[in-house]
Design a protein around this ligand. Structure first.
Ligand SMILES: [Zn+2]
Length: 251
């Protein structure tokens, strides 16, 4: 019979969101045989590896390849926005400078919101989980999902489980988590297809405009991919006011 060993885990900050209530903010014993990789027990506790940025075992920073030993004391930390907090070895050293996202099928509204704020955000309501994983891998995109099981895929390097249910709170949550405030560029992307918007001369598109739009508006943009037309008018002004808190942009 194989001998059973015990190690102790403790999860910090928002990683507690994933744990069963009685496991939160306390030391949790973990029994095991042999030498499992440290990623396995972390995911057994319900924490996707994509949420983890730093693992300390007996005072030393380790990577996911670390194999659990009897008596190990393990502290698991989430991604910190301020890199100065932990100068030790981090699991994902290279923060994506210009983050690009792919959103699962439950996050259509958030996808539009992210596009509105200028973030490259792929979304289709017919993406399968496999599509999401494959595209994230091949294009180095961050997976945003409401289904934390998706983040257990070993092929996903960057991912985030969106906790909030309504789109306003989801937007706040993602901007805050990835510290995106300095990267907001509103009105550069098509809300429908994620394509880039380019300025277009009114005379080139006037046949496609409703009479009132043709009459009242002068400044137009068009999606380079799906040809959707956007104009600067009351609609954009509404959006600008609604998002003033994020935008802080010159009028
Ligand atoms: Zn488009």
């Amino acid at each position: 019979m194989q001998r059973e060993y015990t190690a102790e885990f403790r999860f910090y900050a928002q990683l507690n969101d994933f744990l069963a209530p009685k496991q939160r903010k306390r030391t949790i014993p973990y029994r095991f045989n042999g030498h499992p990789g440290i990623k396995d027990p972390i995911e057994v506790f319900g924490v996707p590896h994509t949420e983890v940025d730093l693992i300390i075992v007996n005072g030393q920073s380790v990577g996911f390849e670390y194999q659990l030993q009897a008596g190990d004391r393990i502290a698991v930390y989430p991604v910190f926005k301020n890199p100065d907090i932990n100068p030790l070895c981090k699991l994902r050293e290279k923060r994506l400078l210009c983050p690009r996202f792919i959103l699962d099928v439950n996050l259509g509204k958030l996808a539009k919101r992210m596009r509105l704020l200028g973030f490259d955000s792929l979304y289709r309501n017919d993406y399968s989980d496999t599509d999401v994983v494959n595209i994230a891998l091949s294009e180095q995109r961050i997976v945003l999902t409401r289904d934390r099981r998706l983040l257990y895929s070993k092929h996903i390097n960057y991912g985030y489980w969106v906790r909030a249910v309504n789109v306003e709170n989801q937007t706040d949550e993602v901007l805050h988590h990835f510290d995106l405030y300095d990267l907001i560029h509103p009105f550069i992307r098509c809300l429908i297809c994620n394509g880039m918007l380019i300025p277009v001369v009114k005379t080139d598109i006037k046949d496609r405009l409703e009479p009132k739009t043709r009459l009242y508006y002068e400044v137009f943009h068009q999606c380079a991919d799906c040809q959707q037309i956007y104009w600067e008018g009351s609609h954009m002004e509404n959006i600008r006011q609604r998002f003033a808190i994020y935008l802080a942009m010159p009028k």
